[in-house]
Each structure stands twice: as C-alpha cells, then as structure tokens.
Design a protein around this ligand. Structure first.
Ligand SMILES: Cc1cc2nc3c(=O)[nH]c(=O)nc-3n(C[C@H](O)[C@H](O)[C@H](O)COP(=O)(O)OP(=O)(O)OC[C@H]3O[C@@H](n4cnc5c(N)ncnc54)[C@H](O)[C@@H]3O)c2cc1C
Length: 391
C-alpha cells in the first residue's frame, strides 16, 4: 500500500471485531487507525458472557457456520498466550466444559432427534459430546437441581473467557503496536470516489483519509448509507438486547457452563456467577428492566438453587448485532474497492473474533483466507435460506 495517506487501514468500531482486525493488521506492519464513537470494547464486547462454545444445532441452515465458530475457538489458546505475553492481561481462558441441559418439556421425538443430530454434528467435528442422565449431570455438578430435566449433554471442550479483559487486552495490544485508537469519533459514512474508497466522513464533518476501510460497527451496521446501498443485507443487521444478572458467591457454585436453550449460567472460578440472557428486540435501548431480570433470577435458581440466596452484585444489558439467516457478513463490499465489512456476529462475536480478524486481514492483503469464506461474503447472501437463530 502506498504511503501517501495517513493510514493504510481505517477500522470503524472498536469492539472485539474491530480491535481484532486492527491488531492483526498492525502485526503485519500496516499503519492502522481505529475510530470509535464511545470507548473501546465498551458495548456488546464488554457485556458478553464470554462463553466459547460450538453447538452444531441442525436448525442452522449454513452448516459451515459451526466450522467457522470451531476454527475461531481453536485459536483462543494462541491468542490468549500472545495477549498475556504482550500486555500482561490474562483473558481468563478456561476449558471449563459445559452441560447442555434438556428439560422434559422439550423431550419430544422431534426435540430428541434434534439433540442427537447436534451430538452427531459435534462428533463429526471432533468435539466431545456425551449424552448423560440427570443423575450423572448432578455427579459432575453437585449444586445442580435436576428436577424437570430429561437428560443432559456433557461437552468437555467448551470454554470461557473474561470478556472485559479480552477487550482491554486487544485495545492495549493495538496501542502497543502503534495503532492510532481514537475515542469519541462518530463516523457518518464511507467516503467514496468513483468505485474506490478514500476514507470516511465523521459526524463533525471531518474527512479522514485511508487506503482501506473496514466497518465493524456491531449492532449499528444499518446506519452506514454507502455500505447499506452496496451490500443491502447489512441494512438488516439489528440490535437484539441481552440482559445479564451477576452474582458473587463466596465459593464457585459450579465448574461448567450450564446452558439451556437461550439461557445459561457462567460460573467463574472466583465465585462470580453470570446468569443470562434475554433476546429482546427493543431497538437501541441498552438498559436492564425488572421483568427480564426477575426471569433470569428465577432461571438461575431453578438450576443452581444456591444463587437464590445471593444478592445480585450487578446487572447489565447491551446490544447484539442480530441478523437472520447466514451470518456474520465478512469481506470486501462489492462496488467499492478498498471497503470491507465485518459485522452481524450476533450471539457469537466473542468466540468469532480471532477467525474474523484473520479472514479480513487475508482478504485485505489478497491472501488465501484461513477458512472458506464464500458463505460470509457480502455478495454471497442470496444463496442462503433464512433461519431465525443460531444456537
Ligand atoms: C448479553 C450478551 C451476551 C453475550 N454472550 C456471548 C458469549 O458468551 N459468547 C460470544 O461469543 N458472544 C457473546 N455475545 C455476542 C458478542 O458480545 C457480540 O457478538 C460481539 O461483542 C460483537 O462485537 P462487535 O465488535 O461487532 O460489536 P460491539 O462490541 O458492539 O462494537 C461495535 C463498536 O462500534 C462502535 N460504533 C458503532 N457505530 C459507530 C460509528 N458510526 N462511528 C464510530 N463507532 C461506531 C460502537 O460504539 C461499538 O463500540 C453476547 C452479547 C450480549 C449482549
């Protein structure tokens, strides 16, 4: 890339997706600027529960999605070690395992067939998954209440990270590599001349030049007119609010992630317990509300009764970048040379951050991406049928 403009690469949005892209690009020697409206890793990339799991439920109609998640999950040991060595921040990577809990209410013939296919999908990908009885689940997790459970699946390969530390480590790593990480800058649109990107325009009317631009704006991806015109499916990315209730127990109440449909309990080794989460389509209001918080509390107590005696430490809510059908959207935007997008990671943006960064970097540099990217390319969206959700 030529040295005439102020940076080789401009990244919009400093969540884990944008920071991951900026970090790998800076490692390649590119001069990178990141523009963030708020503070780095302060939105979904702070709020996320930090589960690293791959559940190949058959209802996802793009099976490659699970391969993408798995490829990214496998990168975490290397990413965690590098971030610890370079920033002194331990992102808390833990191969804690998980129990997927299956209630009697879902144990219909169809439900059980789906579960079997999920287990087969795990085995086909080399993920350990074993169907066990509620009594066996309780042997693994003595604090677990098993009333109303039909069965469980033990997934020893699932893991977790401490989400805020991951974001902090990425931001620090970027800064140490010379990335110009600017906070409080709101980008209004992409600056195009003909069919080539020249940079971006900001809300305050500034033009910031760059050879290439990667848009990583999370739940706000539908607010970029040029992107939405050239890659119309990005206009469908919408906020899906997730709330979490957080407790602190004097000792760990469980070792494994406890997951059941959209809900979960994430026990940290220091006694912190996260109970999540909701899936609410309420626009851009990232606030907690009493009803859903009560439901989370009841859900937590229904599986780990010890949580009922705890005072909530805190609670929070933030916005997932939701997208029906095939997601995320990754790659070059058709009709705008030098413009890329990495958005729509929905419920799995934390686990998908490493592979997203490596894919975008490869495409940016004209290299072979580390995994097949056709299903995620902005221009490839028509080929995939629509589904409602991913896990
Ligand atoms: C409650 C909850 C639990 C979750 N749990 C998990 C989990 O266990 N595992 C997992 O893998 N994923 C989880 N997720 C999903 C994950 O957090 C997201 O998919 C991921 O953080 C998305 O990252 P992002 O960088 O795309 O978005 P964000 O973190 O939202 O970052 C986007 C950034 O872009 C900035 N921005 C937007 N517009 C502009 C603009 N015009 N100009 C400048 N900056 C702009 C925003 O301020 C923001 O900082 C969870 C999410 C939630 C809400």
């Amino acid at each position: 890339m030529s040295q005439t403009s102020s940076s080789d690469l401009l990244v919009v949005g400093a969540g884990v997706i944008g920071l991951g892209v900026a970090d790998v690009a800076a490692r390649e020697g590119l001069r990178v600027t990141v523009l963030e409206r708020e503070r780095p890793a302060s939105r979904a990339s702070w709020a996320g529960a930090g589960m690293l799991n791959c559940r190949p439920w058959p209802r996802v109609k793009t099976p490659d999605y699970h391969d993408l998640v798995l490829a990214s999950k496998k990168r975490f040991p290397e990413w965690a070690e590098r971030l610890r060595d370079e920033t002194d921040i331990d992102i808390g990577l833990l191969a804690c395992g998980a129990l997927e809990l299956y209630p009697e209410s879902r144990a219909t013939p169809d439900g059980l067939a789906n579960l079997e296919r999920m287990i087969e999908g795990c085995h086909a990908r080399g993920i350990r998954a074993e169907r066990i009885t509620p009594a066996e689940a309780r042997e693994l997790e003595p604090g677990l209440k098993t009333d109303g459970l039909a069965l469980a699946v033990h997934l020893p390969d699932d893991g977790q990270i401490r989400t805020p530390r991951f974001g902090r480590a990425l931001a620090l790593s970027c800064r140490q590599r010379g990335v110009d990480l600017r906070e409080g800058v709101e980008v209004a649109d992409v600056w195009l001349e003909g069919d080539s990107v020249r940079g971006v325009t900001t809300r305050s009317g500034e033009r910031i030049p760059s050879e290439a631009v990667v848009l990583c704006p999370g739940a706000w991806a539908a607010q970029f007119p040029t992107l939405n015109r050239l890659a119309p499916r990005t206009a469908k990315i919408h906020p899906v609010r997730g709330q979490i209730a957080c407790y602190r127990a004097p000792r760990p109440l469980a070792q494994r992630l406890l997951t059941m449909e959209h809900h979960y309990i994430v026990p940290r080794p220091d006694g912190i317990v996260l109970v999540g989460s909701t899936m609410e389509r309420v626009g851009f209001e990232a606030v907690t509300t009493p009803g859903p918080q009560d439901e989370l509390r009841a859900f937590g107590a229904s599986l780990l009764p010890a949580t009922d005696a705890l005072q909530p430490l805190t609670a929070w809510a933030d916005l997932r970048p939701g997208l029906k059908g095939s997601h995320p959207i990754l790659g070059p935007v058709p009709g705008a040379q030098g413009l890329f997008v990495a958005a729509g990671h929905f419920r799995n943006g934390l686990v998908l951050a490493p592979v997203t960064a490596e894919i975008v970097l490869a495409l940016l540099l004209g290299r072979m991406p580390p995994v097949p990217v056709d299903p995620w390319m902005p221009k490839g969206f028509d080929a995939t049928p629509s589904v409602d959700d991913d896990k």
